[in-house]
Design a protein around this ligand. Structure first.
Ligand code: PLP
Length: 383
C-alpha cells in the first residue's frame, strides 16, 4: 500500500506492536522446539510458553494454570459455550442478544445436540438487562454468556453484577473480553467470572492466537482431541511465538492503558461532537451507556449503507459497517436491532474504532470528509 490512509478499524484488528514482534522473533527464527518434547529444544520452548502464560495470568489476576491458549477469540468462545453445553447435557445455555457471532453461532451449534438457547435482551443503549439474566438463571443454564464490552457499539456490560448473580445461583459465567482487554480493566480476581475469552490481534499481538481463562474447578469438555496439550482443552502443538507475542502485546497495552485510553477517548469525543454538529440527523448508537473509549457507532439515516462505506474507503478512511452484507442483501446489525434501532437507522451505520496510533490530524480529516460524503450518499438515495 502506498498511502495506507486513515485506519479507524482497530476493533477489527490492530497493528502488531513492536514489543510483540520482538518477543516473537527468536521463536520464528532459531528456536523451534515442540513444547511437549523432553529434550532441550522442547524444554526451551516449554519455558517460553509457560513464561507467556504466567505473564498473561498476572495481567488478568489469574493463576498460570487457569490460562488455556487457543486459536484466537472465536475458539475461546467456542470452547466456553460448546464445552459447557457438552459438559452439562440437557441444560440450556443463556447468551445475550448482542454477543459476537463467535458466541451466537456456537450457542446455535449446540442446538444440534438438543441444547436450548435462552437469549437475554438488552436496553436501548445495548446494555444487557439484569432482570433477563435473573430470569435465565431460574432455568439453571450450563453457562451464562455476556460479553465484557460489545464490539459494535462499545457498550460495557454489567459483568460485576451479572457475575455475582451467577455465582449466587451456582451457574458458570462466561464473558467474551476480546474487545475489552487493554482498554478497560479486565480482572478475574475482581469479578465473579469463570470463563473469559481473549484474542491477541485486538491488542496488537499476532493473529491466530487467543486464550480462554478457566477458573479452577470449572468443568469443560474440549472440542478437539489429540495430544492433551493445554490441559486437554486445546490439544495440538502450541504456537510458542504467538503466545509470546500475545503476552508482550497485552503487557504493553496494559502498561500504557490509562494514558493511551484517556487520549483516545478525547479524540473519540471530539469525533462524535464534530459529526453531530456537521451531519444533520446523525445518531450515535449506545451513547447513553458507559462505553469503551475507542468505539463510536453512528447512523446516518437516509444514506445507502454500502455507498457510505465505499465512499469513505475511496476517501482513504477505513471503518466498519454496522450492517452485514449477506447474499447481496444488506442486513442491519443484530446488535442495533436488539437495541431496538429501526432498520432504516440501523442499516446506514458506521463503526469507528480508534487505537493507540490514531492522531488528532486523522480525526480532523474525518470531520472534513465525512459530512460531504454523508450528504452525497444521502442525495444518491433520493428523497
Ligand atoms: N469476540 C469479539 C467480541 C470480537 O470482537 C471478535 C473479533 O472480532 C471475536 C470474538 C473473535 O476473535 P478472533 O478474530 O480472534 O477469532
Amino acid at each position: 500500500m502506498t498511502d495506507p490512509g486513515i485506519y479507524l478499524d482497530y476493533a477489527a484488528s490492530a497493528p502488531l506492536r513492536p514489543e510483540a514482534r520482538e518477543a516473537m522473533l527468536p521463536f520464528l527464527e532459531g528456536r523451534f522446539g515442540n513444547p511437549s518434547s523432553i529434550h532441550r529444544f522442547g524444554r526451551d520452548a516449554r519455558a517460553a510458553l509457560e513464561e507467556a502464560r504466567a505473564r498473561l495470568a498476572l495481567l488478568i489476576g489469574a493463576a498460570p494454570g487457569e490460562i488455556v491458549f487457543t486459536h484466537a477469540g472465536t475458539e475461546a468462545d467456542g470452547v466456553a459455550i460448546l464445552g459447557r453445553a457438552r459438559q452439562v447435557r440437557g441444560a440450556p445455555v443463556a447468551i445475550s442478544s448482542i454477543e459476537h457471532k463467535a458466541v451466537l453461532a456456537s450457542a446455535h451449534a449446540a442446538e444440534d445436540d438438543g441444547t436450548r438457547v435462552i437469549v437475554m435482551g438488552v436496553d436501548g443503549n445495548g446494555v444487557v438487562r439484569v432482570d433477563a439474566v435473573e430470569a435465565a438463571l431460574e432455568e439453571r443454564p450450563a453457562v451464562v454468556s455476556v460479553m465484557w464490552a460489545n464490539n459494535e457499539v462499545g457498550t460495557l456490560q454489567p459483568v460485576g453484577e451479572i457475575g455475582e448473580r451467577c455465582r449466587a445461583a451456582g451457574v458458570v459465567f462466561h464473558s467474551d473480553a476480546v474487545q475489552a482487554l487493554g482498554k478497560v480493566p479486565v480482572r478475574a480476581d475482581a469479578v465473579a467470572v469463570d470463563l473469559l475469552a481473549f484474542s491477541a490481534h485486538k491488542v496488537g499481538g499476532p493473529k491466530g492466537i487467543g486464550a480462554l481463562y478457566v477458573r479452577r474447578g470449572t468443568a469443560l469438555r474440549p472440542l478437539l482431541f489429540g495430544g492433551g496439550q493445554e490441559r486437554g482443552l486445546r490439544p495440538g502443538t502450541e504456537d510458542v511465538a504467538g503466545a509470546l507475542g500475545f503476552a508482550a502485546a497485552a503487557q504493553a497495552a496494559e502498561a500504557q492503558r490509562e494514558q493511551a485510553m484517556a487520549r483516545v477517548e478525547a479524540l473519540r469525543d471530539r469525533l462524535e461532537a464534530g459529526l453531530r454538529e456537521r451531519v444533520p440527523g446523525l445518531l450515535v448508537n449506545g451513547a447513553g451507556a458507559a462505553r469503551l473509549p475507542t468505539v463510536s457507532n453512528v447512523s446516518v439515516p437516509g444514506a445507502d449503507p454500502q455507498a457510505l462505506l465505499m465512499s469513505l474507503d475511496l476517501e482513504g478512511i477505513a471503518v466498519s459497517s454496522g450492517s452485514a452484507c449477506s447474499s447481496g442483501a444488506v442486513e442491519p446489525s443484530h446488535v442495533l436491532t436488539a437495541m431496538g434501532v429501526a432498520p432504516e437507522v440501523a442499516g446506514p451505520s458506521v463503526r469507528f474504532s480508534l487505537g493507540w496510533g490514531t492522531t488528532g490530524a486523522e480525526i480532523d480529516r474525518v470531520l472534513e470528509v465525512f459530512p460531504a460524503v454523508a450528504e452525497r450518499v444521502r442525495a444518491l438515495a433520493g428523497p
